[in-house]
Design a protein around this ligand. Structure first.
Ligand SMILES: Cc1ncc(COP(=O)(O)O)c(C=O)c1O
Length: 363
């Protein structure tokens, strides 16, 4: 008989996993920060307005203005894919296309949602490190007025990128200036926006609103929330359609207080930044250990909470059995190692030691 959902007599559920188990597979494998869990309990009880008419969403809106600047508006949603689709649909008309890196999550990992749900053509550009530049954008930025070509009307960048790299404020400004000069808006997929603030030392406002970004998918899940993301609109024309699009895309949470309360928990103090600084530091520690090991090649600059490395082939499966992680490129032996807010130095050292041991036990 399955134990799933077995209810204890005292209430709650029997614990069905080993809470001591840690992995490097994804920052989505981690649980939620204890302060977020507490915030949910605090936000519970009694009745408040639904669909965002609640005091937690009002407070979240104030905090977004504090962090992103006057005039910023927030629209909480349920998933990062949802945030991206809602933001992109609000930014471009029916005939619009969006330029993005070929490694962009919107292109590789969202089941085609921007294209299928949003009806938006994506125009991709290969990059070496997940980052677009004005020159790379120009490879797809052409053909306005040509009725045969999807019209490039927005650029989407990811900060930090899917390759664990980060744009500087000036790199983002160069992109927004270029895109705006061509009549294109700029969207920033900030699933790991906190890691970007931690690594660049810039405020959220400095590399978004001040750098000319029009709309942000503001990530929470990878920063210690249970779930919950949001669309932050920065552009002066406010994108009035965003509220209707959110509902049409099935991203309007009825009990929104629980999404907003989680964001309030991390944004009110500096928990959002501390968690990101910590996961970034763990990735640095891992990188420093890996570069010392023979036959290991770290393939990307480690600027956030991800380490990409080529491991000797015989090492991968034995190490994976102890410390779960994903392949990035099976043909080269490149793997992706992700750190989370709850990754400890001991976790990192144990992984590095396991890799070292397997290298030394080469047949
Ligand atoms: C860069 C990026 N964008 C967006 C997302 C959002 O994904 P989800 O729809 O799973 O919340 C993710 C999650 O892995 C991501 O890594």
């Amino acid at each position: 008989m399955s134990r799933v959902g077995k209810v204890r007599e005292t209430g709650g559920v029997s614990q069905l996993h080993d809470p001591a188990l840690h992995s490097f597979a994804s920052d989505n494998y981690s649980g939620a920060h204890a302060e977020v869990i507490q915030a949910l309990a605090d936000a519970n009880g009694g009745h408040v307005g639904s669909y965002g008419a609640d005091p937690y969403t009002a407070r979240f809106s104030e905090l977004v203005v504090q962090h992103f600047g006057e005039g910023s508006t927030v629209h909480p949603v349920l998933t990062g894919t949802g945030a991206n689709v809602v933001a992109l649909q609000a930014l471009v008309p029916r005939w619009g296309a969006v330029i993005c890196a070929a490694t962009a999550h919107i292109y590789t990992d969202e089941g085609g949602a921007p294209e299928r749900l949003g009806g938006i053509k994506l125009l991709t550009v290969p990059t070496t490190d997940g980052k677009l530049t004005p020159d790379l954008i120009d490879r797809q930025a052409y053909g306005w007025g040509d009725q045969q070509r999807p019209q490039p009307l927005a650029v989407s960048i990811t900060q930090t990128t899917e390759m664990g790299t980060a744009y500087s404020v000036s790199e983002i400004r160069a992109i927004t200036q270029h895109a705006h000069s061509l009549g294109m808006k700029v969207h920033l997929d900030g699933a790991r926006i906190a890691n970007a603030a931690a690594t660049t030392g810039a405020t959220l406002q400095q590399f978004t609103r001040d750098a000319g970004v029009d709309a942000v998918s503001f990530g929470g899940t990878k920063n210690g929330l249970i779930f919950g993301e949001s669309v932050v609109v920065l552009t002066d024309d406010e994108l009035p359609g965003v509220t209707y699009i959110r509902k049409m895309d099935a991203q309007l949470a009825s009990k929104m207080r629980f999404v907003s309360a989680q964001f309030v928990a991390v944004l009110e103090g500096d928990l959002w930044l501390r968690s990101a600084q910590h996961s970034n530091a763990m990735a640095q520690r891992l990188r420093d250990a890996l570069v010392e090991l023979p036959g290991v090649e770290v393939t990307q600059p480690v600027e956030a909470n991800a380490v990409f490395a080529i491991l000797p082939r015989h090492v991968i499966e034995p190490v994976r059995a102890e410390h779960r992680f994903y392949d990035w490129n099976r043909s080269t032996g490149e793997v992706r190692l992700m750190c989370s807010f709850d990754t400890t130095e001991a976790h990192v050292d144990a992984l590095a030691e396991s890799i070292r041991r397997e290298i030394e036990s080469a047949p």
